[in-house]
Write a protein that binds this ligand. Sequence first.
Ligand code: 3PG
Length: 215
Amino acid sequence: MSYMDQFYGQVERVGVVPVVVLDDVKGADPLAHALVEGGLPMAEVTFRTPEAADVIHTMAEKDPDIMVGAGTVLTVDQCKRAVDAGAKFIVSPGHTMEVVDYCLEHEIPQIPAGVTPTEVTVLVNKGLEVTKFFPAGQFGGLATIDALASVFVGHRFMPTGGVNASNLKEYLSDPAIIAAGGTWMVKPKMVHAGDFDQIFKLTREAAQIVREIKD
Ligand code: 3PG
């Protein structure tokens, strides 16, 4: 099995990828624990704060049960820093050929984003089988994804942006969706308040919705 097939399998199994924006490494360990305990052992730690690489390092080191990747990766430099810190996959809100090619050359699992047929064509032609669809709500949600999926046969999407507990079931029920991503389980204010119990509960709720669909 190729490294990408293996990665896609992991993403599909977890069903929901929690998107994390953390500006203090102190929350990394309890956060990883809450996600694993809640049943979503995966996190996309976004490069939107200077602490992102440290957070990736801490989460990956302290909790071997969680698969930690990097999100909001816009440059090859960020990509390298993420991988050096222990990131196991790269996610971007759009895509650049530099980052896509760097990941392909170094066999780093990746989910770049696209929302138009032209953007998806570029990624399909690179051999990628999954596109992040961001921001999903604003770009037409499932209606747009289904229209794209009818053309890019077999290609699948990871909607992020506007996904939450109330529409997760609808997204995950669609065969064109491999998994959904979102911040609703890990709002920065919850981490700041040390409310890891709330993160655990929201994670468990999302994991239960995944199980309802997949089991
Ligand atoms: C992302 O980084 O993918 C988005 O910011 C997630 O969007 P959300 O906050 O609506 O979940």
